[in-house]
Design a protein around this ligand. Structure first.
Ligand code: SAM
Length: 250
């Protein structure tokens, strides 16, 4: 059926697929996605599904064939182009499993364009499962309506990540020792938020950060926040002050 304001219904399942989408494409789903649509949602041939591929936007498809372990979907109409997300990066030191999963999920929901894990002197987590983190971001994107997934980088030492830092990208260092309120510092344009590990940054790292011309030390209030809370709070404040939570000027 053709897309209209009333179609597809709001309850239509929404999935990310790796396969490029276009009108007339046949998308074959297996494993967890086929199980979700077939066994959990009990979709039958003709049922609508929304798909996005992180490249061409969001598409309406319908179930063409519903097997026990395999679903085939026929792509019909493009519902929207790929969105433009604000140019905000999040540099965060890896923290323990569970908390880092929450952090990337919230980063995706709140609209971050790129997540860069940075290894610091007090980072205690030495391995990151990027596949698991990406799966959390995909789930968050499916749920929140994103059509563009955040990029997710391999972890890099902080010094390397900050080397040749572009002058035009404000580096917002969330500093529990104090700074200007983030809402006063944030302005539209390329930006990155830098969050330390559970133990914070060392004096040596603080000197390294402060030496970057684009760096601004900011406060997130008088309380010491956990790293994951600090990341979500900082992204939310930036989005409200400089990102796409603002109504476009009329
Ligand atoms: N080791 C520090 C201490 O005990 O004082 C706390 C580090 S905090 C758990 C982890 C990171 O969250 C910090 O490196 C900082 O980037 C950020 N953070 C936490 N609270 C903050 C605040 N009130 N203002 C700015 N950044 C904050």
């Amino acid at each position: 059926m053709t897309a209209t304001p009333a179609w597809p219904p709001a309850s239509t399942p929404r999935l990310f697929v790796e396969t490029p989408l276009h009108e007339g494409a046949a998308i074959v789903l297996e494993g967890a996605q086929a199980n979700y649509l077939g066994a959990v949602m009990r979709l039958k041939p003709g049922a609508p599904v929304r798909l996005f591929d992180d490249a061409s936007g969001e598409w309406l498809a319908e179930v063409a064939d519903a097997g026990k372990r395999r679903m085939t979907l026929a792509v019909t109409t493009r519902l929207s182009p790929r969105e433009t997300v604000p140019d905000l990066w999040l540099l965060a030191a890896p923290i323990k499993k569970g908390r880092i999963d929450w952090l990337v999920e919230k980063a995706c929901e709140l609209g971050v364009a790129r997540v860069l894990p940075v290894l610091t002197q007090r980072t205690v987590v030495d391995r990151l499962n990027l596949d698991r983190l990406r799966a959390h971001m995909i789930e968050a994107a499916e749920q929140c309506g994103r059509t563009a997934l955040p990029a997710l980088d391999e972890p890099r030492p902080l010094r390397e990540a900050l080397r040749d830092w572009p002058a035009e990208r404000m580096l917002i260092h969330a500093d529990e020792q104090g700074g200007a309120p983030l809402a006063d510092v944030a302005r539209p344009g390329p930006a990155a938020i830098l969050i330390g590990p559970e133990g914070g940054f060392t004096a040596e790292e603080r000197t390294l950060i402060a030496a970057i011309p684009a760096a601004r030390g900011v406060s997130l209030g008088p309380r010491i926040l956990r790293a994951d809370t600090a990341a979500a709070a900082a992204v939310a404040v930036w989005m409200a002050a400089a990102g796409d939570w603002k109504q476009p000027a009329t």
